[in-house]
Design a protein around this ligand. Structure first.
Ligand code: PLP
Length: 391
């Protein structure tokens, strides 16, 4: 039976299971061994070679989820990003990156690449022509992130895939915000797909991991570097991640539905100035999102009306916590100005369209009416503070 060709939730539940032949248990047994006796010297199993039984099983599941030939799991999203990027670049090469990037990736690029003699350019905008404008003779990789953080912009996957094929460059995407449930970039011609598995793949805010999926040829190239950099994931966490992935389809679909509900509610609210969510028809890239995504995701951002204090609003929330990370089953919010984008200058933030009153909302699986009640009580509370303060 070709399990990897089955539907999403069947892949999530079954692909890559480590079969418990002795006891026939329902779940994969956990192999914590770092040392394996030789049966034949061709297979040298060792955690940093990414080939323990649990690692191999989980890699199969992730490859199937991303419609890829192969995958590798890393100790963090950034281990996945840095290893994948450096695998295709050597001294003298150049990489083009989307201007809106996850903060950690931006730091990696601006703080590390020059040490390796690698140059980089960021795009001015997000249209395919903005990427092509930065391509040089020595450009080897184009790196995108869609939907982006925190404004949920959409980059055209098919156009980027085509551009890279035209110039013989490797196309690479950080697919974390969408998750494999909502977006499979390989189907649109993207070569390498990266995830921070700390987010939707883990989904319960208790795992730090990363993943990369691509063709066998490209994954072999990434593996050669990965075993030297040593960013493998502990088998216990591999096992936990396999367990989390079994419910990823269910979780993310519930989060999609809740986010759509919350986006529509916020969009119609008099206290909210603007909502950024690709599932809203007025989102500038709604049609593109519809074309390349199976669902619009669990992330949205919104701006409170100028008369409300965004920091006071976040403090007044009770059920929804202010928190750094995202994609857990619990709803969280953060202010990009105070956290993820605090290192940027005010003018750089303004250039990127990130206002101080912007709030990023990672929508969980709670009942939407309870999330709405929480937002309503917080708005009421800060409205009273404002009036009391005026007296
Ligand atoms: C969190 C995140 C990362 C980095 O992942 P870590 O697991 O924290 O190393 C990369 N890209 C995006 C979009 C993220 O949200």
């Amino acid at each position: 039976m070709k399990l990897h060709k089955k539907g999403l939730n069947t892949i999530c539940t079954h692909v890559g299971e480590v079969v418990d032949e002795k006891y026939k248990g329902a779940i994969s047994p956990l192999y914590m061994s770092t040392s394996y006796a030789f049966d034949d010297v061709d297979v040298k199993r060792y955690p940093r070679y990414f080939n323990t039984p649990n690692q191999e099983g989980l890699c199969k599941k992730i490859a199937a989820l991303e419609h890829a030939e192969a995958a590798l799991i890393f100790g963090s999203g950034m281990a996945a990003v840095s290893t994948a990027v450096l695998a295709f670049l050597r001294a003298g090469d150049h990489i083009v990156l989307q201007k809106t990037l996850y903060g950690g990736t931006y730091n990696f690029v601006t703080e590390e690449l020059e040490k390796f003699g690698i140059s980089y350019s960021f795009t001015e905008g997000l249209r395919p022509a903005d990427f092509e404008a930065q391509v040089q003779e020595n450009t080897k990789v184009v790196y995108i992130e869609t939907p982006s953080n925190p404004l949920l912009t959409i980059t055209d996957l098919e156009a980027i895939g085509t551009l890279c094929k035209k110039h013989g460059m490797v196309s690479m995407i950080d697919n974390t915000f969408a998750s494999p449930v909502n977006q499979n970039p390989i189907d649109f011609g993207i070569d390498v797909v990266i995830h921070s598995a700390t987010k939707y793949m883990g989904g319960h805010s208790d795992i730090c991991a990363g993943a990369v999926a691509s063709t066998k040829e490209y994954m072999d190239c990434i593996f050669q570097l990965a075993k030297n950099f040593g960013g493998s994931l502990s088998d216990y966490t591999v096992w936990l991640l396999e367990r989390s992935l079994k419910t990823m389809g269910l979780r993310v679909k519930a989060q999609n539905e809740n986010a759509q509900h919350m986006a529509e509610y916020l969009n119609g609210h008099e206290a909210i100035a603007k909502v950024y969510y690709p599932g809203l028809p007025e989102h500038p890239d709604h049609e593109l999102a519809k074309k390349q995504m199976h669902g619009f995701g669990g992330m949205l951002s919104f701006e409170l009306d100028a008369q409300y204090d965004a920091a006071a609003f976040q403090k007044a929330l009770q059920l929804i916590k202010s928190s750094m990370s995202l994609a857990g089953v619990e709803s969280t919010v953060l202010s990009p100005t105070q956290t993820s984008h605090s290192l940027l200058s005010a003018s750089e933030r303004q250039k990127q369209g990130i206002k101080d009153e912007l709030i990023r909302f990672s929508v969980g699986i709670e009942e939407p009416e309870d999330l709405i009640a929480d937002i309503e009580q917080a708005l009421k509370k800060i409205a009273t503070t404002r009036i009391t303060a005026a007296y």
